[in-house]
Structures are given as C-alpha cells and as structure tokens.
Ligand binder design. Structure first.
Ligand code: ALA
Length: 461
C-alpha cells in the first residue's frame, strides 16, 4: 500500500507544500478536501505547457495552430466518451464550465418541451442537482433512510404513483456528504420501465470509480451524465454533459452568441447543430487539454485501483474516528463497496466551523465544514426540524449547525489520516483549553477569516 501511495503522491502538484500553523511553524499541508476540488496532476501542467505554443482559436481560424487546436478539441469528445462508455454516435459531449452548469443547461433544455411532466430528484442531492429543476418542473424527492441511503422502494412507489408522467429521474452517482454510491443502473432500469430517463450527477462518482453509461438498448443505460474536470486533477474550468444528440436538436440555447449559429440576419437566427448550438463563445481548449491528460493518467492507474485504494483509506479513517470518544459519524455504512472516500462527522461540544479551523491552525489539515451545498440532505441527517429551520432563517446571525467532512483522493496516505486522528484526539482530550484558546483568538480576530492570516510566521523551512 505504501509503495502504491508513494507512486500516487508523485503524480500530484503541491503534495509537499508547507503551510503555516498558528504557532508560526510550517508543516506539509494535508488536503482532505478532495470532494471540493483536486490539485492538478504534474503531467497535466506539463501537457498544458507543451500545448500552449500551439494554442489558438478553436473553429474560428485557418492558421495551422487554429486547425490543430480545433482537432484536439473535437478528438477530446471521443476520448471522454470512451472514458465513461458513452455511445460513439448517438451520444454527444457538450463542454461546459462545471457540473452545475451542465445540469442547469440540461434542465433549461428539457423544460422547453415541457408538458406538465415531473422530475424525480432525491433527498441526497447537491444543490446543483436540485435547484435547477425547481423552477421548471414539478419536482418530487425520493426519500433517504435514517442513515442517508436512497430508498429504491420509494423511487418505485413514486414512479408508480405518477404513472408515466415522470420525465426524468435525476440522481447523484455518489453523495458529497456521506459518500454513498447509488445503484445507478438499477435506478436506470426502474426509470426506463416507467417511461422516464435518468440523469446521473457524476461530480463525485466519475473521479473515483469506473463509470459505464452502457448501451442505448440496455435497460440500464444512463441517458445523461454530468461531471467536472476540477474534481479529477484538471482544475482548468471544464465541465461535461453527455446525452443523446436528439435531446439537443431544435432547442433554444441558453447561451447565445458566436459559434452557436450557422447564419444570422436581422430577421432570423439559424442555430448550429448539437453540440455547437450549446457551446457559444470561444471554447476553453486549455481546460480540455488538461482533462484529456488527467483521463489518460486515471486510465493508466485504473479506476478500479483508485476506487479500491480510496475505499481502504476511508474505511481506515472511519474506524479510527469511531475510536475517538465524542465523534458522531453520519451515514456510516458497513459495506465500503457502496461508498466513495468521504466521511462526515461532528465532535460533540465543538462547532463544526471551529473544529475545521483548529485542524488547519494546529496541524495544517484542510477539511470542509458546513452544509456542503447539500443543505436539505445535511439538515435531514442532523435531524433539524422545520421549526428550527425557520428560526435559523429568521435569525441569520445565529450560527447554523453543520458537519465536518473528510474526502480523500488517491494521493492521501495512511499517515495523513493518523495525523488527523492524533489532532482530533488532542482537541478532544484538551477540550476546555482548546476552546478557550480559540475563543480568545476569535475575540482578537474579527470576522470569519482564519486566524492564520494574522499569525506571525517563522522563517519558511
Ligand atoms: N460540491 C463541492 C463540495 O462538496 C464543492 O465540496
């Protein structure tokens, strides 16, 4: 395992970066916030530098560099399709900015031929796969259980209840809060049986597990898939939306401008065919070069190897957290195959924001705290009542409850988890002193900024 991890670490930019602690010392940063975004692969940076001398306008020039840039851009679509086994000819790849934009784009398009149909979302979605549907469709939410797992029985019950009126079942591939993976192919089969299509929000799934959209003729086929390059070691502003060409024909594009049209006069606009009608403006070819290189590396390692490694690491983390008195875990599951490398928790007696701040100030550990842009899901897991929600809404100055999240990437090591656990044990063991120290600091330091910004630092080692 250590050898494997050493090899993975060498792939990543910035794994040895030193960050300051509150006492002014420097330590090697530990990034346990990979669900938010990931650092680039070294080879992604190298590839970008190799490509930039050839950088030029995509689809807008006759110069050699422009032709080359356009070729890379178009060939990229085929590579991305192969990565998730999308259909070579019937599916199209649309380049967006991130998963959020991909889902908003799809919602905008599907709403255009709306006929009172229903979208089934779930109680465990990121807001990106909830809010875009709310103002365009009647939305109902498939329930999660106490633990936070999706109820397939409830999905089937709702599909039956709406008797053919469900247009789309939109579901996360894996939760950014609990790490639970959903059985996307089983959900696809059910959705198709009742005449609905399925969208998988793959933001947390595609970077961590093998994903197979499956054949169009299979009941388990995934109709639409969205994901982001910045969560898969290529943080240069590219998102992906994959779906059948047909969906994107003869629509009113959300973004209108150059590149999306064939001919325009004062009297008419002739829109391009898909995917171009949805890609107005100069394309982000650097972002695509980065993503293609990241995919190459991920393929070389093997998505199943990554999944296995990250899951062992999160199992190790979960077991260690369970051994700390006062730790409350959310969505804990016994079977790691049904999870990705995420675990969320609280430490009794500590505000989630404070805990995250202390981990950074005392040990250089980056985690995320709060509601993780999945407010209704976290609120349910925290058992916050409607009455309490109303109270928080009416009193925005009262700090809202939340959780602390650990999300691992292939380059995180067992020793980094040991450092996290040691720091949490230290905090827990010295609760009163620790709280007192940080209360005094926050009285001196105004606002939500980290006290690290105000700390005198020792000389960088
Ligand atoms: N959706 C990202 C996260 O969960 C930003 O942190």
């Amino acid at each position: 395992m250590d050898e494997l991890n050493n090899a993975f670490r060498k792939l990543i930019v910035g794994v040895d970066t030193k960050v300051p602690l509150l006492n002014g010392d420097y330590v090697t940063a530990i990034n346990l916030d990979n669900a938010a975004t990931t650092p680039p692969f070294n080879s992604v940076m190298k590839k970008i530098l190799e490509f930039v001398p050839w950088y030029s306008s995509v689809h807008r020039g006759t110069g050699y560099k422009s032709i080359m840039s356009s070729e890379v851009y178009e060939e990229g679509r085929a590579i991305i399709k192969r990565f998730v086994n999308a259909d070579k000819s019937r599916d199209i790849v649309i380049f967006t900015k991130n998963t959020t934009e991909s889902i908003n784009l799809l919602a905008y398009i599907l709403a255009q031929d709306d006929d009172d149909s229903i979208v089934l979302s779930t109680e465990m979605e990121h807001l990106a796969n909830d809010l875009p549907w709310r103002d365009k469709f009647k939305v109902d939410y498939i329930c999660t259980d106490e633990c936070g797992k999706l109820s397939i029985e409830d999905l089937e019950m709702k599909l039956r209840k709406y008797a053919g009126k469900v247009k789309l079942v939109t579901v996360t591939g894996a939760s950014n809060v609990t790490g639970f993976k959903n059985p996307i192919h089983e959900i696809a089969s059910l959705a198709h049986r009742y005449g609905a299509k399925i969208l998988v929000d793959g933001a947390q799934l595609v970077p961590h597990c093998p994903v197979d959209m499956k054949d169009f003729d299979s009941a388990e086929h995934i109709d639409y898939l969205a994901f982001s390059a910045h969560k898969m070691f290529a943080p240069f502003g590219i998102g992906i939306l994959i779906g059948p060409q047909k969906t994107f024909e003869n629509i009113d594009p959300v973004y209108k401008g150059g590149g999306a049209v064939t001919l325009v006069s004062r009297q008419f606009i002739d829109w391009e065919s898909p995917p171009y009608n949805n890609e107005a403006g100069t394309p982000n070819i650097i972002g695509i070069v980065a993503l293609l290189e990241a995919i190459r590396i991920l393929n070389c390692i093997g998505m199943d190897v990554i999944h296995e490694y990250e899951n062992s690491l999160i199992d190790y983390t979960t077991a260690a957290l369970m051994g700390i008195p006062g730790v409350v875990l959310y969505g804990n599951s016994e079977k790691h195959e049904s999870k990705i490398g995420i675990v969320s928790f609280n430490l009794l007696g500590f505000d989630h924001r404070l805990l995250a701040k202390i981990l950074s100030c005392e040990a250089g550990i980056a985690v995320r705290s709060g509601l993780f842009c999945a407010h209704p899901y976290v609120e349910k897991l925290l058992k916050i009542t409607d009455q309490e929600l109303q109270y928080y809404q009416e009193n925005p100055d009262v700090p809202f409850p939340g959780m602390v999240r650990i999300s691992v990437g292939l380059y995180n090591s067992y020793s980094e988890i040991d450092a996290l656990v040691a720091c949490l044990r230290w905090i827990n063991g010295d609760k009163i002193k620790c709280k007192q120290k940080y209360t005094e600091i926050s009285q001196k330091v105004s606002g939500p900024k980290s006290p690290l910004l105000y700390t005198p630092r020792k000389k960088m080692p």
